[in-house]
Write a protein that binds this ligand. Structure first.
Ligand code: GDP
Ligand code: K
Ligand code: MG
Length: 265
């Protein structure tokens, strides 16, 4: 079974990878780019852990960052291990929202709790887990604390896919998602809600993937019409990716506010 490790840069992925895996199966580059690809074997000797490049969002700014979207589109994997920096929850959860929209089984490893604590941030792990609909396991990747428990959770039995409808993107965008669902009915294996949102955000890898199924002109027309109706309903000239980002931020703010308390220290 393949498990993919994913998270923002500097969240402790490499530390966690080293703690969870005993030996390397493969070290090389992702195809087409000079980004290191590491695949390790869990200490149980049965499951593989694939280290993905650190990204803040799936919509890539660079070819290197496109590795993650390509992985989601083309590579077989069974589960995701999403590592979060507890001291930067608001920023980190933008990626998590996109993983939930993708709909693969996912477990969250909540790292940097010591940093959060030092800043007076207290996190209610149960509440966070309940809001997202996924298991959240605390770890200290640097020391290895909690890593065995996390390994057991992620390599054990079936795990859930979380809540994939946390964000309501407003009438215009939701109608666009439905329209793409109708056009793609029965033609794709990936969740169309995820494909549609990535397309509307301007993810070029998702766009060219969809262009192998539908005419490019049809995709362009759809993007254009969603952009226009979104701008009409918002009464502003904001770009589609900004509208999507803002909607996610609103939901993330509520989740983080409900699950954290900040003390002055
Ligand atoms: P990556 O960029 O996601 O692969 O993260 P790294 O594993 O390289 O970690 C980034 C930095 O954070 C390193 O200096 C780690 O030693 C440190 N680090 C990792 N986990 C923790 C943790 O739980 N607490 C603290 N304070 N530092 C950590
Ligand atoms: K790093
Ligand atoms: Mg790293």
């Amino acid at each position: 079974m393949n498990i993919a490790l994913i998270g923002n840069p500097n969240t402790g992925k490499t530390s966690l990878f080293n703690n969870l895996t005993g030996s390397y199966e493969y070290v090389g580059n992702w195809s087409g780019v000079t980004v290191e690809k590491k695949v390790g074997l869990f200490k149980n000797g049965k499951n593989q852990l694939i280290d993905l490049p650190g990204v803040y969002t799936l919509n890539p700014l660079s070819k290197d960052e496109g590795v993650v979207t390509n992985f989601f589109l083309n590579e077989p994997f069974e589960k995701l291990l999403n590592i979060l920096d507890a001291s930067q929850l608001r920023r980190n959860l933008h990626l998590t929202m996109q993983l939930l929209e993708y709909g693969a089984p996912v477990i969250i490893g909540l790292n940097m709790l010591d940093v959060a604590k030092n800043r007076g941030i207290q996190i209610d792990i149960h509440k966070l887990s309940e809001s997202l609909g996924v298991t959240v396991a605390p770890v200290v990747a640097r020391t290895g604390k909690g890593c065995n428990e996390l390994a057991e959770l992620v390599t054990g039995g079936a795990i859930g896919t979380g809540k994939n409808n946390l964000v309501y993107y407003g009438k215009a965008i939701e109608a666009g998602i439905l329209e793409l669902e109708n056009k793609l009915a029965g033609k794709v294996q990936h969740p169309v809600r995820w494909l549609a949102l990535q397309l509307f955000e301007g993810n070029p890898y998702v766009k060219s993937y969809l262009a192998s199924i539908l005419p490019m002109a049809e995709l362009e027309t759809l993007i254009k019409s969603v952009t226009v109706s979104q701008q009409q309903s918002a009464g502003s000239k904001q770009a589609l990716d900004q509208a999507i980002h803002r909607k996610r931020s609103e939901v993330i703010d509520k989740i983080v506010s409900a699950a954290t308390t900040k003390q002055d220290n």
